[in-house]
Ligand binder design. Structure first.
Ligand SMILES: [Cu+2]
Length: 286
């Protein structure tokens, strides 16, 4: 018995050591608020998703409490007593029918509503003026490509993805030359953004908890149906949510949601920086 106990203690100590060792180098941004709850929502569709989440949470919480209270009540009421014989019950078919039908109806309702919500949040056409940004995931990071002054990204094809063309840009398309790349996902507040998601190597996850957005990036595919409207100015972090290799824990990219004026300033700077040097020099001389 003692030997068994000491082995158990050693095992727990070993596991604790492993967890501490794994936890120390983790480099993700630390949450400072709402540690016991979801991070503050910062997108338009996210608010609708939260309402459904809260509804399910409080409903299951209420059902859990109710069943536990009834359970404990019967445990005490029908406990073993001196001189009392146990009886056998066949149950009640009508009651069985009722407590099967009610949860079934609730589940079907939740399925219908959540499906409708998902179509509304993700699969509806984005509002006019929605900006396109290409997002390329790789071991272990993300890079972003923005459209130039025309507001349209150049043609691209996942078949063209190579080490020197990570977005698979079609270089014969003149619009492609206007595109510029960024290591930060800079977004104007209250404006729609649609992402064109690709992966260079393995499956990654495009995950922004504050926007309640999650979508896998799959090699060989361009996923173009995810769009959202960030509605709170602030700094966020894009994280990979698929275990994609040894550097997965550190796969992330900064997101800056800024005012329209600030975004325009950043955008102009980026365009000037990505323009050919002759245009740049003439722009500076003016
Ligand atoms: Cu990844």
């Amino acid at each position: 018995m003692n030997q068994f106990l000491s082995r158990k203690i050693r095992m727990i100590a070993l596991l604790a050591g492993v967890f501490v060792a794994l936890g120390v180098p983790a480099d993700a941004a630390q949450r400072t608020s709402g540690l016991w709850w979801m991070p503050d929502v910062a997108s338009k569709g996210g608010e609708q998703i939260d309402q459904l989440t809260y509804f399910i949470y409080y409903l299951t919480g209420a059902v859990f409490l109710l069943t536990q209270v009834v359970y404990v009540y019967f445990l005490i009421k029908y406990r073993a007593k001196k001189g009392m014989r146990a009886t056998y019950s066949h149950g009640d078919n009508r009651l069985e029918l009722v407590w099967t039908a009610i949860p079934t109806a609730i589940f079907i309702g939740l399925w219908g509503y959540s499906n409708h919500l998902w179509l509304d949040v993700i699969h509806k056409e984005p509002p006019p003026g929605t900006m396109q940004v290409a997002v390329n995931a790789y071991q272990f990071g993300f890079s972003f490509q923005y459209p130039g002054p025309s507001g349209k990204l150049g043609r691209s094809d996942v078949k063209l993805i190579s080490p020197d063309n990570v977005f698979g840009n079609d270089r014969t398309d003149p619009v492609t030359k206007e595109d510029f790349q960024s290591g930060v996902l800079e977004l104007p507040v209250d404006k729609g953004v649609r992402i064109l998601l690709t992966s260079r190597d393995v499956i990654h996850g495009f995950y922004i908890p504050q926007f309640r957005i999650y979508q896998d990036a799959v090699p060989g595919r361009t996923i173009d149906w995810v769009w959202f409207i960030p509605n709170k100015v602030g700094s966020y972090e894009l994280a990979c949510s698929q275990l994609c290799g040894s550097g997965h824990y550190n796969m992330k990219a900064p997101i800056e949601v800024v005012s329209q004026e600030e975004f325009d300033k950043w955008y102009k700077q980026k365009i000037a920086g990505s323009a050919p040097s002759s245009t740049n020099a003439s722009a500076q001389s003016k």
